[in-house]
Structures are given as structure tokens and as C-alpha cells.
Write a protein that binds this ligand. Structure first.
Ligand code: ADP
Ligand code: MG
Length: 320
């Protein structure tokens, strides 16, 4: 449905997007995941024809975005990161304005309006000024706008940013329902968000694609990263001596511990659960286990491993 080939975007000496290639197939919800400044918005702006690439090309349903911008744009509904605001228009006025701008035939306006407003549950606020709506409703107007003209692809740039938790849940449900009859591509810097909504996850960092996989596979990768936290009464050498006798432990990472105690983090092959083996081994050595807990790897851990950068830190750096 969308074919991105060797996309590069440079701003002066700064490369925002670097040799990005991927394919987007129908019937799935795709998530661009990456910290602030990764190049998500730049990529989306190029796919939607709002920005020209420095190198590379984008085909949307077979139409080259640069050579046939009208045909390509007709296939896509876009909610940009900073949607244009029309606070003095009512919801209906604004959506009609968009229908006209998209060149939708007047005979189809009613059906188009009804469908977009049904999907986004906007009927109750149809006559309200956009400027008076809550951020959650304004975001729904932005999504309704993207739906007009029945494009095959819906692209949403950080659709839940700035919303409260209840609004986030609503918008996520809406996005999932859109996935039933549109190809949906959304971006987010929130790991749990793409995991909750997307079938396919593309991780980008520093303008490059660092991973592209199904949400299930990334979750499986996380299961492999599960580890065990262990605190034992006794010295570190004795603890290591016992651990040496337990099969399947790949790495022992020392952790801060209290007086006369040793705390370690255990990494096992494939994230195997070694808690029972620990119990018997330390009981046999007459060393009481004071605390033992198995922890799943978070998507943050996976992200760190893949990109070598901490998304939270990059975000702070970006804001500073
Ligand atoms: P994201 O959406 O993932 O946060 P962006 O695509 O907005 O990232 O930005 C990618 C990089 O390109 C950032 O380093 C950003 O500062 C830079 N950038 C974006 N737009 C411009 C611009 N108009 N001029 C110069 N640099 C830009
Ligand atoms: Mg962005």
C-alpha cells in the first residue's frame, strides 16, 4: 500500500531521516516508535506529500508522491502533529471546509460527514465552535477530518499527546476501530501506546530504522529479557559459589545490598525461570534467601538494547 525507498531528509548539515526503507501492507495498524527528534514527523510529512525528500521516493497505492501528488494524496488522510486550528468555525463548518478542500463531490458530502462523525462520535458537538472544545474532542475533529474522502490510509502523528488518561483510552479505541477498514499508521514516543494499539512496530532512532517487527515478536523479545532479583544473607563470594552450581544462569550483576547481604540480578538463557533452583541451592548451602523476585523486561529495556539510547533521556535533552 505504501512503499518507502531509501528516504533521506537533510536540513542543512543535519540529517533528520537517513536511508529509510519499509513497506506498509493493508489490513494492519503500524506504529512508528521513537524518541523525540527521531524523525517520525519528518517521515510522515514526506509520505503525505507535505514535505519533499532530499533523496528517495514514496509510492502510495502505486502513485509516486512527487510525480503524482494529487493521486497519492487522495489515498491518505493525515492528522499532523500540529493540526491547523480553526477555533472560530463550528465542527460541521470546518468539516465541510475540508470536504471542499479535498475536492469531494457535493453529492457525497452528507454521507461523508455522517460517516466521519459516526466514527469519531462528534454528533453531539456538531454545532459547537472548535475553539470551545476539549483537547480530546478537538483531536476527534482532527481524526474526522482525516477520514473525509474515505482514504485507504490514515496517518496520525502522535494522536494522544496532551490528552488525559480517559481521553487517551477513547482515542486508542477509535484508532483500533479505524484499523478495521483503513491502513493506519501512527507515531508515538510512548512504548506502551504502540504496544496497545499496533500490529506492527517500527522503531526509529536518529532517523534510522533500528527494528521492524510484529508487536507479538517484540513482546516475545521482552519475555526473553526477563530477569530475577535475588537478595541472600551472606558474602558475595559465597553467593557466587552457589550460583556457579546452578544451570542456565548467563550473567550475575551485583546490586546494592545491606550489611551482611548480597543482592544480584540474574540473567538467564531465554529468560528461563530459575527461582525454584535458587531456593533449593541456597537452602542446601544454608544461606537464607531474603528476597527473590522475577521481573519482566520492559519495552524500555528492549529499546535501550536496540538503540543504545534511553528514550526518556533523549526526551529531556530535546526539551532542554
Ligand atoms: P520526531 O517527530 O520523531 O520527534 P522530527 O521528524 O520532528 O522528529 O525531527 C527530526 C529531526 O529533524 C530533529 O532533530 C529536528 O530537530 C530536525 N528538524 C525537523 N524539522 C526541521 C526543520 N524544519 N529545520 C531543521 N531541522 C528540523
Ligand atoms: Mg514528531
Amino acid at each position: 500500500m505504501i512503499e518507502v525507498r531509501h528516504l533521506t531528509k537533510r536540513y542543512g548539515g543535519h540529517t533528520a531521516v537517513s536511508d529509510l526503507s519499509f513497506t506498509i501492507e493493508p489490513g494492519r495498524i503500524y506504529g512508528f516508535l521513537g524518541p523525540n527528534g527521531a524523525g517520525k514527523s519528518t517521515t510522515m510529512n514526506i509520505i503525505t506529500g507535505c514535505l519533499g525528500p532530499t533523496e528517495g521516493e514514496v509510492l502510495v497505492d502505486g502513485h509516486n508522491v512527487i510525480d503524482e501528488p494529487m493521486a497519492a494524496k487522495k489515498c491518505i488522510g493525515y492528522l499532523p502533529e500540529l493540526p491547523p486550528v480553526y477555533p472560530d468555525m463550528t465542527v460541521t463548518e470546518y468539516l465541510k471546509f475540508v470536504l471542499r478542500a479535498k475536492g469531494v463531490r457535493r453529492a457525497d458530502w452528507d454521507a461523508q460527514l455522517r460517516r466521519a462523525m459516526d466514527r469519531t462520535k462528534l454528533h453531539d458537538v456538531a454545532g459547537r465552535l472548535i475553539g470551545n472544545l476539549s483537547k480530546g474532542y478537538r483531536q476527534r475533529v482532527g481524526i474526522a477530518q482525516a477520514l473525509l474522502g474515505s482514504p485507504k490510509v490514515i496517518i496520525l502523528d502522535e494522536p494522544t499527546v496532551g490528552l488525559d488518561p480517559a481521553q487517551i483510552i477513547e482515542i486508542r479505541e477509535l484508532i483500533r476501530s479505524l484499523g478495521k477498514d483503513h491502513v493506519v499508521v501512527l507515531s508515538s514516543h510512548i512504548l506502551s501506546e504502540v504496544q496497545a494499539v499496533c500490529d506492527e512496530i517500527m522503531i526509529i532512532a536518529h532517523g534510522k530504522l533500528v527494528a521492524s517487527d510484529t508487536a507479538e515478536n517484540l513482546t516475545a523479545l521482552m519475555a526473553g529479557g526477563a530477569h530475577t532479583m535475588l537478595t541472600v544473607r551472606g558474602g558475595e563470594d559465597d553467593v557466587r559459589g552457589v550460583l556457579d552450581g546452578v544451570e542456565g544462569i548467563e550473567r550475575v550483576i551485583p546490586m546494592p545490598a545491606g550489611e551482611g547481604e548480597t543482592a544480584v540480578q540474574l540473567v538467564t538463557a531465554g529468560g528461563a525461570d530459575v527461582r525454584e533452583a535458587m531456593f533449593f541451592a541456597f537452602a542446601k548451602a544454608n544461606m537464607p534467601i531474603l528476597e527473590m523476585k522475577r521481573e519482566r523486561a520492559t519495552l524500555e529495556d528492549v529499546f535501550l538494547e536496540l538503540t543504545g539510547s534511553d528514550p526518556a533521556h533523549e526526551k529531556e535533552a530535546e526539551q532542554a
